[in-house]
Ligand binder design. Structure first.
Ligand SMILES: [Zn+2]
Length: 191
């Protein structure tokens, strides 16, 4: 039996499609959101976007619910029902200051590299009740939001590193690193 809603790997073409905005939370979309959480939890991901579970919809989910004020560490939901659901996200503005941090992606297993992204972003999105939110995010939450937002535009983190696109910040991947990433991507394509 082939299940449609499963983890999708590079170079599947759905990862390159710009997603559709959500206008109504139908029972099938709600079931799909639960499936996204399940797939992300099984693979121990920090977040997953709809195209990675084979639907071109403008949704991502994360087990992270907030930041510990004292330690600045992420707070994780204990139960799937408490996960953060982000629908139709928009980036309203971003800081000129960038930070580099190692990223990986469930759709590109075992591939990690440092990506420079804005330190702070202002965003809007709908939650799982389609309620509008406007927030300023920084550090790891800004990074997670941008990584998942990119998935909804058909962009992967490696695109910045191999010079395919730019997010306005200089990436530090040197020649060796670019070669390593390009070869890794070709190996995925050959599978
Ligand atoms: Zn990813």
């Amino acid at each position: 039996m082939q299940e449609k809603h499963r983890l999708i790997f590079y170079p599947d073409t759905i990862l390159r499609k710009k997603t559709e905005d959500i206008t109504d939370l139908t029972p099938s979309i709600l079931r799909f959101i639960d499936k996204m959480k399940e797939v992300c939890a099984q693979t121990k991901g920090l977040g997953i976007a709809a195209p990675q579970v084979n639907e071109s919809l403008s949704i991502f989910v994360t087990p992270i619910t907030g930041t510990n004020i004292k330690t600045k560490d992420p707070i994780y939901a204990k139960d799937l029902k408490d996960w953060t659901v982000i629908i139709n996200p928009r980036i309203l503005s971003f800081s000129k200051e960038a930070v580099g941090y190692e990223e990986g992606c469930l759709s590109l297993p075992k591939l990690f590299s440092t990506v420079f992204r804005p330190k702070t972003i202002e965003v809007s999105f709908l939650d799982s009740q389609l309620k509008v939110h406007k927030k300023v995010l920084s550090h790891w939450f800004a990074r997670l939001f941008l990584h998942e937002y990119d998935h909804l535009q058909g962009i992967l983190f490696t695109d910045y590193l191999i010079g395919k696109i730019s997010n306005g910040f200089e990436q530090t991947a040197d020649f060796e690193e670019k070669l390593r990433l390009s070869e890794a991507l070709q190996n995925f394509e050959a599978l």
